[in-house]
Design a protein around this ligand. Structure first.
Ligand code: GUN
Ligand code: ZN
Length: 433
């Protein structure tokens, strides 16, 4: 019998889509447990029953802390970690002023690895166990990220960011090199340990039609891979796309035309969508990723969560650091709540937790591996202290229901709320916690 660990505490998981099927899909145990065996979740349920069934298991009792699936950040840019919270610009100026010079530094493999180490340590400190990241045009930025993730045992998703125009000298590839490098990196990394390769054209303005077509060809050759990009984040950006692709009726068509629209496609932001774009995303079963702290920070707009959920699109939640202004998925949930309020929809705490875990995992087509506490899933687990600061604790103390006790941590919590993190069934070393 291999080693078994039984985590006890409050537990929260979902049996259905909390966003579309409602809060009734959430299962909360005031005294629950999760059994870990061989890096996976082997059982879950009521604490007492689990203790009876597995008397030999090593017990870790978290008391009133909340055991949840580890957070999944479905869209972020690890090269931008050091330039988070850069002041005063909107998307295009922000890219040119802050982002591109910073991304240039990842030409150096040692820099790339150091940036990846820093980012993944920050992620674990904030209870994020999986991320889907953009990199830079440099192949070494992909190697650095996957090596750093492997050293921590994390399931991560990433690919070479491709751009062959409208970017400075030193930060452009070509249609051919984007195809060749992406293909080689895909062969090297996809399915190696917990790495998943994602074909990554940055966004239409920085790719020529030839490059988009080359990456569309690569995706057709590797339909098992995800493809990630950006879509309709700011109105100025959309105008620019129209001028660059005059023969396309809308932004989404610039991807569709070159084979970059599909069920395994992840479209970041997706704020200012036309009816046609929404219909096409829905028809192909694509996923969109909501990046709320980024959308307010760069001034992009208000994501239509209720409308897109009603369309039954898969929706992930993400920090989008460094356009996003925080590494924490708790703060990201809070921002999603606030944007919902501005649009007249109050997302329930259970729906916010669902988005940050299973919702993101479903967007990544990885819900059979991460983002849930389901039996058979990889044991990536975050344990939340629901009374981590004085401000939170004084509100928590007055709560009459579980969700009233959880919501102050969603709204005010940060890395201090992360009591423990498990990655692949191993208690994570949290260097920056
Ligand atoms: N659109 C294209 N590149 C980026 C990026 O790095 N961040 C954000 N927020 N939007 C983008
Ligand atoms: Zn982004």
């Amino acid at each position: 019998m291999s080693h078994e660990t039984l985590l006890l505490g409050q537990t929260l998981w979902f049996e259905g889509n909390a966003l579309t099927q409602g809060v009734e899909t959430a299962r909360h145990h005031r005294r629950g447990g999760v059994l870990i065996r061989g890096g996976k979740i082997a059982d879950r349920g009521d604490a007492e029953a689990l203790q009876k069934s597995y008397p030999q298991a090593e017990i870790l009792d978290y008391g009133a802390h909340l055991i949840t699936a580890g957070f999944v950040d479905a869209h972020m840019h690890y090269p931008q970690t050091r330039m988070i919270a850069s002041w005063g610009k909107r998307l295009i100026d922000w890219l040119n002023t802050y982002t591109f010079p910073e991304e240039m530094t990842l030409a150096d493999p040692a820099e790339a690895r150091a940036r990846a180490d820093l980012t993944l340590d920050l992620a674990l400190a904030h209870g994020t166990t999986s991320l889907c990241s953009f990199t830079t045009i440099h192949p070494c930025s992909v190697d650095g990220f996957f090596d750093a993730a492997a050293a921590r045992g994390m399931r991560v998703f990433a690919g070479k960011t491709c751009m062959d125009r409208n970017a400075p000298e030193g930060l452009r590839d070509t249609a051919q090199s984007a195809y060749d490098d992406s293909k080689a990196l895909l062969a090297r990394w996809h399915g190696k340990g917990r790495a998943e390769y994602v074909i990554t054209p940055r966004f239409s303005p920085t790719s020529t039609p030839e490059q988009l077509a080359a990456l569309g060809t690569l995706w057709a050759e590797h339909p098992e891979c995800l493809m990630q990009t950006h879509l309709s984040e700011q109105t100025d950006e959309i105008e620019w796309v129209h001028s660059l692709f005059p023969d396309c009726v809308d932004y989404l068509q610039t991807y569709e035309k070159y084979g970059l629209l599909g069920e395994r496609g992840l479209y970041g932001h997706a704020i200012h969508l036309t009816d046609r774009e929404r219909a096409r995303l829905r028809e192909v079963g694509a996923a969109v990723v909501h990046c709320p702290t980024s959308n307010t920070f760069i001034g992009s707009g208000l994501f239509d969560m209720a409308g897109l959920a009603a369309d039954e699109l898969r929706i992930g939640l993400a920090t989008d650091t460094g356009g996003g202004s925080n590494f924490s998925m708790l703060r990201t949930m809070a921002a999603a709540y606030e944007i919902g309020q501005l649009r007249g929809t109050a997302l329930h705490p259970a729906q916010l937790m669902y988005l940050a875990t299973e919702g993101s995992a479903r967007a990544l087509k990885a819900e059979d591996r991460i983002g849930t506490l389901a039996i058979g899933s990889e044991a990536d687990i975050t344990v939340l202290d629901l009374a981590s600061t004085y401000a939170i604790e004084q509100r928590y103390a007055r709560a009459e229901t579980f969700y009233e006790a959880l919501f102050p941590t969603i709204m005010m919590g940060d890395d201090r709320a992360i009591a423990d993190v498990w990655v692949g069934g191993v208690q994570a070393e949290r260097k920056l916690a």
